[in-house]
Design a protein around this ligand. Structure first.
Ligand code: UDX
Ligand code: UDX
Length: 465
């Protein structure tokens, strides 16, 4: 049995950072080095003040504080971390391709390939390479081909160990995972040994019955499938939200009634302005691409509909604002409360707020944004990335402020796009008093209580009723 003493993780992002911090905390005998080509990011992880770590996750800074410098290290020296490690996790990003074959659909694996080539170049002794990033099924084969054909004759075992943590609850998800999935070459003795060495690491805190081992292809595909199922539930309830609005039904009541059926279950039935995050859309597009590449058009169409509905939900929410404000928002001030793709994270990737704001900007609205954790720099970068208008226009039309009250002052309408708890506790009376009348309030998260807001005088609209 291989006992792992040194782990290296390439990619110090939302996945690599928290995952390695927990492994280091739970396994004080293993030295964990997280490397990244982004010097700024590594510097932030290494900041004396642990509250300055680059990722906001409840409970994470305390864990980093405990383990950093003891057996958890952050560095930009990728080569020596690879050289010293018996096990290397790959947690680099795999964005949707923005060019060439598979553009807008397939995962761009160039960073994965670069990692593989670097590992092959540096490695002098046997290594276990673990895919942590979500990857298209059969990526392990590509990794193997690169490692074996460019390596120095060392043996590489490839494992798939997909991450199921959700942002905002990463620490809790890592501490008490529903399951840990480990895929490997279980038909060979060497493969079995590699799988076991990763099982041993997780066994330090995860009960054996929650550690599942499979062949590598099942593991890769299970990750895509899990995300597709979760996203599908959100699109299913969001499809119903539109029907609820037409029929007088209330989507929360429908979700509750449906979710009490134990065969269906109550989770992931919260209607919203649309799901965001770095994974759902990317992974489904990826699944659609893979299905199409095998000629499975019906399978591809089935899953693509989840994305189509999600885009529709964001668009119809924005369109409803325009329609309700007497068919024009030109020159009107609209407040966006919440920019992150969900509460308790500073991550904005694919956040509905970006698309709703872009739609409103196209209608010549002036936007004021407040989010408790997202920086102005990030908000402008998100809008600039869409390339809809010159960057300078985004800066003149969008203002980012430091409090919700300031954001709502003198505005025609307020839209709640992230379910931050603090939005429930705002002084809504003062906000109402300071707004132009009629004062419109659009709740894209069903976060606020309708009755009290209507009593204050708001024209209240919540998605799904
Ligand atoms: C990413 C993917 O989005 C997700 O699909 C996958 O499951 C895990 O990796 P995340 O950790 O959220 O998730 O990405 P990100 O926060 O962008 O972190 C990736 C890091 O890898 C970045 O800090 C980037 O600088 C680093 N990187 C990228 C390298 O160190 N080397 C590279 O060659 C490419
Ligand atoms: C997801 C998966 O949950 C996780 O297992 C995987 O590893 C990465 O992708 P994440 O994207 O961090 O995690 O957050 P998640 O809680 O799944 O939410 C995704 C999006 O769906 C968010 O925008 C959220 O607001 C939205 N959502 C979620 C809803 O609109 N309604 C729901 O009921 C649940």
């Amino acid at each position: 049995m291989t006992t792992i003493k040194n782990i290296c993780c390439i990619g110090a992002g939302y996945v690599g950072g928290p995952t390695m911090a927990i492994i280091a905390q739970k396994c004080p005998d293993i030295k964990v080095t997280v490397v990244d080509i982004n010097e700024k990011r590594i510097a932030a992880w290494n900041d004396e003040d642990v509250n300055k770590i680059p990722i906001y996750e409840p409970g994470l800074s305390e864990i980093v504080k405990e383990a950093k410098g003891r057996n958890l290290f952050f560095s930009t020296d990728v080569d020596s971390a690879i050289d010293n490690a018996e096990m290397i996790f790959i947690s680099v990003n795999t964005p949707t391709k923005t060019y060439g074959m598979g553009k807008g659909m397939a995962a761009d694996l160039k960073y994965i390939e670069l990692c593989a080539r670097q590992i092959a170049r540096v490695a002098k002794n046997d290594k276990i390479v673990v895919e942590k990033s979500t990857l298209p099924v059969r990526t392990a084969q590509a990794l193997k081909d690169i490692l074996e054909n460019t390596g120095n004759g060392v043996d590489f075992q490839i494992l798939s160990n997909p991450e199921f943590l959700a942002e905002g609850t990463a620490v809790e998800d890592l501490n008490n995972p529903d399951r840990v999935l480990i895929g490997g070459d279980i038909d060979t003795a060497e493969g079995k040994k590699a799988v076991q060495s990763l099982v041993d690491i997780y066994s330090n805190w995860v009960p054996a019955e929650h550690i599942l081992t499979t062949n590598i292809w099942s593991s890769e595909l299970s990750k895509l499938t899990a995300n597709a199922f979760l996203a599908q539930r959100v699109s299913s309830i969001n499809a119903m939200s539109e029907l609820c609005e037409k029929t007088g039904a209330n989507v929360n009541e429908v979700a509750k009634a449906v979710g009490m059926d134990s065969r269906i279950g109550s989770k992931f039935l919260q209607s919203s302005v649309g799901f965001g995050g770095s994974c759902f859309q990317k992974d489904i597009l990826n699944l659609v691409y893979i299905a199409k590449s095998f000629g499975l058009n019906e399978v591809a169409d089935f899953w693509e509909q989840v994305i189509i509905l999600n885009d529709h939900q964001k668009r119809r929410f924005a369109a409803n604002i325009v329609k309700t404000l007497f068919n024009t928002v030109s020159g009107k001030k609209i407040t966006i409360l919440g920019w992150a793709f969900k509460k308790d994270t500073n991550d904005t990737r694919e956040s509905a707020a970006i698309y709703v704001s872009d739609y409103l900007l196209n209608e010549q609205a002036e936007i004021v944004v407040y989010d408790p954790k997202v920086t102005a720099e990030q908000i402008y970068a998100d809008l600039d990335y869409l390339g809809t208008r010159p960057d300078s226009e985004n800066r003149s039309l969008v203002k980012v402020v430091n409090t919700a009250e300031e954001a709502c002052k003198d505005s025609h309408a307020v839209a709640v796009l992230t379910e931050w708890d603090e939005f429930k506790e705002l002084d809504w009376k003062k906000i109402y008093d300071d707004m132009l009348k009629p004062a419109f309030l659009f709740d894209g998260r069903r976060l606020l209580d309708r009755k009290t807001k209507e009593e204050l005088g708001f024209e209240f609209y919540a998605i799904g009723s």
